[in-house]
Design a protein. Structure first.
Length: 275
């Protein structure tokens, strides 16, 4: 009996005469099975063709990643390699995006540095698509809006970074400024540098932002202490700290939302209504 040909073909008849089977002669062994290259799959199952048919929203992460990978390695199809990569990182694309091209090329057979760069560039571009474009109508009126601006810079960084958003009285974003990049658990915050940028840009308010690569959203005592110190310094300069966001992947913690900004009697954060 001839075996049924599918994307993953397990050989049921090992007799030498396989001429009746309409499959190529160079099926590749993997874990006691034989696998077809993607070009021999049914057209509707091939990742690129599925994407071109307009079904991209129905595609799995493995299929989309396989498109970035481009081709297999002679033993595995691009989909097989994509499955292996995502399984290694627990299905977490954010964890994958934190790796260097050199690390990916070293860990996964069939992924050289060129393919690794293509993968990481694709993920980075996807993250940036969620960023609010800076322009005349860029208003920061909530912690969610601030998070969207901070997310591309902080969400997948393996190191702690500190960034500030400088706002006009109207809530319009004037500028996003990187302040520092540190290690795995901390970074330096220079108050003088933050306030100099704010004064030079004629800002009224400041949103602070940094990430916790550990994944722990809870603010540390140091986070709370530096926020209060910056808020006190800002008041002396007639500036206002509207919020401090801690970013962890797709989640964030807002000091404003949790009433951790200290003295709130002078203004209502984000509403920008001076009292």
């Amino acid at each position: 009996m001839n075996p049924m040909v599918t994307n993953s073909v397990e050989v049921m008849n090992t007799a030498p005469n396989t001429a009746a089977v309409d499959t190529p002669e160079f099926l590749f062994p993997l874990d006691a099975r034989r696998f077809l290259p993607i070009k021999y799959w049914e057209v509707q199952d091939r990742p690129r063709e599925k994407f071109l048919s307009g079904k991209m929203q129905e595609m799995s992460n493995e299929e989309l990643l396989a498109i970035l990978i481009g081709s297999g390695n002679g033993l595995h199809s691009a989909v097989d390699i994509a499955k292996e990569m995502l399984a290694h990182f627990g299905g977490n694309l954010m964890e994958l995006s934190r790796r260097s091209p050199k690390e990916l090329a070293r860990k996964f057979r069939g992924i050289g540095q060129t393919k690794a760069v293509t993968i990481l560039a694709g993920i980075e571009l996807g993250k940036r698509s969620f960023e609010i474009p800076v322009g005349e109508e860029t208003l920061i009126s909530s912690s969610q809006a601030a998070f969207q601006l901070l997310y591309p810079d902080l969400a997948s960084s393996p190191y702690e970074k500190f960034i500030v958003l400088l706002l006009a009285q109207s809530g319009k974003l004037i500028r996003k400024v990187p302040i520092s990049e540190g290690g795995l658990t901390s970074t330096t915050v220079d108050a003088k540098k933050i306030f100099k940028f704010a004064i030079d840009e004629h800002a009224c308010g400041i949103v602070l932002g940094h990430n916790h690569p550990s994944g722990n959203l809870k603010p540390s005592p140091e986070d709370i202490n530096i926020t209060h110190k910056l808020a006190e310094g800002a008041r002396l300069l007639d500036l206002h700290i509207f919020d401090h966001l801690i970013v962890c992947g797709k989640s964030y913690y807002s000091f404003s939302d949790h009433d951790l900004l200290g003295d709130r009697s002078r203004f209502d954060p984000y509403r920008l209504v001076m009292k």
